[in-house]
Design a protein around this ligand. Structure first.
Ligand SMILES: Cc1ncc(COP(=O)(O)O)c(C=O)c1O
Length: 402
């Protein structure tokens, strides 16, 4: 182009996704003919359950190919409410539910309808890469909360210390991407209480809700009594839960006023998620036994992978990894390897890429320099291959001076 394109300030201020960068590096090496083990992927390696695909076909055959209300079909909103009632005993009305095009749009809708320029947005570290970018887009101030002291599990005390008169919203994500850590339900409740007392709202990203390992249990803030829940927006997603990343469907559960604002915003942007996809998801949620069984079979496989991966990572010199209680990520502390040879965790990731053709995501993009994220949403065979390669690469590392 002969003249510079005037990208808006809001968008120029946003950073490109670091998780996508790592995945692209893997794709380039693969194109060059290398046998790459890619542990960057943040999406299930399973197929969408057959019964959900069949419902989508049924929706198409019924002629559900036109606009739906911007909030989603009433049947979709009702199905979300009755599923949460069945699974968690949560009591909320379908008018507090709105369909969205994936968890990401649910989060954007929620944040953009509450944040004004200059508001403080509290983001616990390490964070999913999109959270600060949403704050930036809304011209809010991203205020980060350090959690390493409590092993990356956010506490109500830390939240209380971080709230000021400017704080409008706190973003929670448990089970967490990138750490796999889970905030215990009692602490979650305390966090919401601390926020509500100070008139701070909570946006809880529950996209990994159903992926928890014993003794952790799925826990949704949708179960709160109405007074506390009026401060909370739950962002839910079908993407990871039912291996439906490409279908682009999620939802919010929030008080009626917040929901109306989100629906207004959505009515001028995406309008609504795909009609027959909403139909398929409503049918799936109305068959909770089948949907829960489908999730549990994926969870069993993630468990097997986690049982192999975490001890195997800890056996590599210079690697330290806490046991994740949820999601499908291992977050490895490689700070013992830093020194002359590797100055940053990005250098460690680069060496893994160029010398062992194994790709992972550097923690710096999640606000945690010194760490690497390994996704185990890939086959056990791939995980074995990665461990063999990394075991050889770091076998001779003299920890601390490598
Ligand atoms: C923490 C977290 N939230 C939300 C999403 C968004 O998922 P989707 O928009 O596909 O529902 C992701 C995807 O990687 C995620 O890791």
């Amino acid at each position: 182009m002969s003249h510079p394109f005037p990208v808006s300030k809001n968008v120029s201020a946003m950073k490109a996704s670091s998780t996508l960068k790592a995945a692209q590096a893997a794709a380039t090496l693969r194109e060059q003919g290398h046998d790459v083990v890619d542990l960057t992927v943040g999406e299930p390696d399973f197929e969408t359950p057959a019964f959900i695909k069949e419902y989508a076909v049924e929706g198409l055959q019924k002629g559900l190919t036109k606009y739906t209300p911007s909030s989603g079909f009433n049947s979709f909103r009702e199905a979300v409410a009755s599923f949460y009632q069945h699974r968690f005993g949560a009591e909320f009305s379908p008018v507090e539910v709105a369909a969205a095009c994936g968890g990401k749009q649910a989060l954007f809708n929620a944040a953009c309808t509450i944040l004004d320029p200059g508001d403080d947005l509290l983001i616990p570290k390490p964070y999913w890469v999109t959270f600060p970018e949403i704050g930036t887009f809304c011209r809010a101030n991203n205020v980060f909360i350090e959690t390493e002291r409590s092993d990356f599990v956010l506490t109500a005390d830390e939240v209380a210390r971080s709230i000021t008169d400017k704080t409008k919203l706190l973003i929670l994500n448990s089970p967490n991407n990138p750490t796999g850590r889970v905030i215990p339900p009692a602490e979650m409740l305390k966090i919401v209480e601390v926020c509500a007392e100070r008139n701070v709202y909570v946006l809880t990203d529950e996209c990994y809700l159903f992926f928890t390992y014993d003794p952790a249990e799925p826990f949704s803030l949708a179960v709160l009594p109405p007074e506390l829940r009026s401060y909370v927006c739950v962002a839910g997603s079908f993407s990871k839960t039912y291996a439906m990343t490409g279908w682009r469907i999620g939802y919010t559960i929030a008080n009626e006023e917040w929901t109306k604002a989100m629906v207004k915003l959505q009515s001028h942007s995406a309008t609504h998620p795909t009609s027959f996809v909403q139909y398929a998801c409503a049918k799936a949620l109305n068959d909770p036994e089948a949907s829960i069984a489908a999730v549990n079979s994926m969870l069993d496989e993630y468990k097997r992978r986690r049982e192999f991966l975490i001890p195997a990572l800890n056996s590599i010199p210079g690697f330290k990894c806490a046991i994740p209680e949820g999601a499908f990520y291992a977050f490895v502390d490689v700070r013992d390897l830093l020194g002359e040879k590797y100055k940053t965790s990005a250098d460690v990731a680069d060496a893994m890429l160029s010398e062992a053709f194994t790709v992972v995501t550097d923690g710096a993009g999640f606000g945690a320099e010194g760490f690497l994220r390994f996704s185990y949403a890939t086959s056990l065979e791939n995980l074995h291959r990665a461990i063999d390669r990394l075991g050889s690469l770091f076998a001779d590392s003299s920890v601390g001076a490598a």
